[in-house]
Design a protein around this ligand. Sequence first.
Ligand code: 3PG
Ligand code: MG
Length: 401
Amino acid sequence: MAKKTIADVNVTGKKVFMRVDFNVPMEGGKITDDRRIEAALESINSVLSRGGRLILASHLGRPEGKGFEAEFSLKPVADRLAELIGKPVAFPGDTVGEAVSAAAASLKDGEVMLLENVRFYKAEKKGEAEHAGKMAALADIYCNDAFGTAHRDEATMVAVPQAMKAAGKPAVAGFLLEKEIKYLSEAIGAPKRPFVAILGGAKVSDKIVVIKALLGKVNTILIGGAMAYTFMLAQGKTVGGSRVEKDKVNEAKEILEAAGKSKCDLVLPIDHVCGKALTSNTETMVAGQQIGDGWLGLDIGPKTVSNFSAIIVKAGTVVWNGPMGAFETKPFHVGTRRVAEALVEATTAGATTIIGGGDSAAAIEQMGMAQQVSHVSTGGGASLEMLEGKKFNSVGLLDEK
Ligand code: 3PG
Ligand code: MG
């Protein structure tokens, strides 16, 4: 990517407006996974250590856009960030307005503040220029380090940097954004072969576009997760009570036909770990090509695991998006774990291995294997859209080197 980064600008004594993706999972006001905060630390510390004055902005969840909603407040994130960087993080409690302008004006070199959830204003989602202008006026430099949000055209992603550029201010990429794009677009652009995509998760509907896009690019697509059952229906197989999307069966058929005509192998599971219910203590059995009445397919079976693993360990590039089964509920975690182990083995053998997507990233993290693959993306929708080959406005507008 020939984009300027935060390393290319002199930030000393300057105010930097940095859009990050601090949309972290929370339960009862507590952060349950702070990887997205940690992933932004390199850019944050780079500004602070050089004496920059940092204004951080993010969304959290999907508030209605009618003002403050306590459950979507970024205050817990400000507190966590302060712990991680070992210095106070000012929190003016709004996105625009007097308190924010005053807090920004009083920042000293090496100090940092975090704005309140930018989506408390409807104007954020709509990308309104007037609202964006108020944020743009706060700083001298714009930095986008919010890869997870890079597919959104919201005010802090597009209208704010546009306004700042129009005022002659630099708009650059953060280190996380740079790294994500390097992995996700290089994987597509110039992959080491064989190039294998592993797609899982519950819904075919989420993955139709990416499967179509990947058919022309990868050597093999491995399909697991509940979306495999919709493909089984499309093949005229029985799926018992497994989760399916009946209205996507025709599209699944079209994908199977397109795969048949392409050079890409689309590989479906040949056996399934089934349960009577999605609970840990349910009765289980392994089904072959058909799943009988009264059973739910909840994970890929042992033969499928060895099939998939054999393909993965020989790959030059692997991208993985979506778990192979209901991995949060034991014993249906095994397929996802075995696939993760195969990815680690492939990485050791020299393959580039990339985990994109919220659930598969969470799974590999939980299993303690995140450090043993090439890259774990912080993006969910953004990493999928990048694999689909989409171009993001939020990235396109950044200054070239
Ligand atoms: C995400 O978690 O996918 C990003 O933070 C974007 O959030 P959004 O899907 O609500 O736009
Ligand atoms: Mg999302």
